[in-house]
Design a protein around this ligand. Structure first.
Ligand SMILES: C[S@@+](CC[C@H](N)C(=O)[O-])C[C@H]1O[C@@H](n2cnc3c(N)ncnc32)[C@H](O)[C@@H]1O
Length: 404
């Protein structure tokens, strides 16, 4: 049970350093960032705890092998060399999902099919019968990644991707992925011990993720993990998970500080309310219709974090946002930290921030590429910046951030 195994947690591009941080906190060892995820070592217990608690990972895979695979036959031979009889029985069902990067094959379905054939043939040979494929609700999900000729094959511990937390019953335009919202909160250093305001909250993803942190809620507590259906380890995993779940429920707490969201769109606020209720965090989040360009009712709010996810083009059209954010922040002394998009035009208007940017470089570098909207807008990482500052402005520096 205490033997350390290798795992690979996948995450949105750009959030790997934040996931690595999170995994280290959970006690993972030999952490190594890779493109699109983080490799780590953990014993079975630790890995299951990570599945329950990770806020940033999308999937947790147990790698079974890495191969150099050329052509269709190369894929087949590599997959057939794995001892699938250690993981599957003829009565279990399985599915194979493939992703490709710069590979000679252009169709992921073809790669998945070759691996599936190899698994079926190996099991027929070893066990006399082969298990059936169930693409929708398989007992065992097999993840295949082919990068150039490097073929990685692993078993997915979680089943349905972890960003599907189950609380988004209503959406608003351009919702943030739950795992990205969690990554943003980690980047901002939010631990749930300070108040939090999202002045343009949309469907409330940042608020709900924040409330989950503040309530010390294991984000994946309510779901049945894929590993529980594995024929060989499912029972053992369920028994461990039952204990971890009981422990997690006992560790929940009431958020100590206010978590408040505003949006000028009443439909968005309604969606956010319904989502927070669906996530059983309705009582922890206060929501109001309000325009962030106006002073927000924050006078009685204790110090904390002001964090938001405005539309990328939004800052261009609303140059006064930063100014108003500062005023709103000043209303609640030391209400801190703004995440905002800043176009060059804005920088010219607030030259003092050019100087500040270098001080916030570390965080700027950690802005995930995934936060930059794709086509039809041109991808230009330079346009999106993440800055961190503490309000009110440093004495003597009219309107400038000071390091937090
Ligand atoms: C990109 S969306 C936020 C999405 C949100 N993070 C989510 O996960 O659903 C931006 C939001 O800003 C709101 N908004 C735009 N201008 C605003 C303003 N002046 N005051 C308040 N909200 C505003 C929009 O109504 C929209 O809901």
């Amino acid at each position: 049970m205490s033997e350390r195994l290798q795992f690979f947690a996948t995450a949105a591009r750009g959030t790997e350093p934040l996931l690595a941080d999170e995994l280290a906190e959970f006690g993972a060892k030999k952490i190594r960032q890779d493109r699109g995820g983080v490799r780590f070592a953990a014993n079975w217990n630790e890995a299951l705890r990570i599945c329950l608690w990770t806020r940033i990972a999308m999937r947790v895979l147990h790698p079974l092998g890495e191969f150099n695979a050329r052509g269709a036959q190369g894929l087949y031979d590599a997959a057939r060399s794995i001892a699938w009889e250690d993981h599957l029985t003829p009565e279990s069902t399985f599915a194979v999902e493939a992703t490709l990067r710069d590979s000679e094959h252009t169709h992921s379905g073809f790669v998945a099919l070759k691996v599936k054939d190899a698994i079926a043939d190996r099991l027929r040979e070893k066990l006399g019968r082969r298990p059936n494929v169930d693409p929708r609700h398989p007992d065992v999900s097999i993840a295949v990644h082919l990068s150039k000729e490097k073929l990685s094959i692993g078993i997915d511990l979680v089943g349905e991707a972890l960003h599907q937390r189950g609380y988004r019953v209503h959406s608003s335009p351009a919702p943030l992925k739950t795992t990205l919202a969690a990554a943003l909160l980690r980047a901002a250093g939010y631990t749930g011990q300070e108040s939090l305001v999202d002045p343009m909250c949309g469907s409330g993803t940042i608020l709900i993720e924040a409330a989950s942190i503040a309530a010390n809620r294991a984000p994946n507590l309510q779901r049945k993990l894929g590993v529980e259906r594995w024929p060989k380890r499912g029972k053992e995993a369920s028994a461990i998970l039952d204990e971890l779940r009981a422990e997690a429920i006992a560790a929940q707490r009431k958020p100590a500080r206010p978590i408040i969201g505003f949006d000028r769109d009443a439909d968005a606020v309604r969606a956010a309310r319904q989502n927070a209720a669906a996530g059983k965090l309705g009582g922890a989040v206060r929501l109001e219709v309000s325009d962030a360009m106006q002073p927000l009712p924050l006078e009685a709010v204790p110090p904390g974090l002001l964090i938001t996810n405005p539309h990328r083009r939004w800052a261009e059209r609303n140059e006064d946002f930063l100014l108003q954010a500062r005023r709103n922040a000043a209303a609640a002394p030391r209400l801190a930290d703004v995440h905002s998009c800043r176009e060059p035009r804005l920088r010219e208007r607030f030259p003092s921030q050019t100087h500040q940017r270098t001080r916030f470089l570390e965080w700027s570098n950690r802005v995930p590429a995934a936060w930059i909207p794709r086509a039809p807008m041109k991808r230009d990482p330079g346009l999106l910046e993440c800055s961190r500052g503490v309000f009110p402005p440093a004495r003597g520096g009219a309107g400038c951030f000071r390091d937090g």
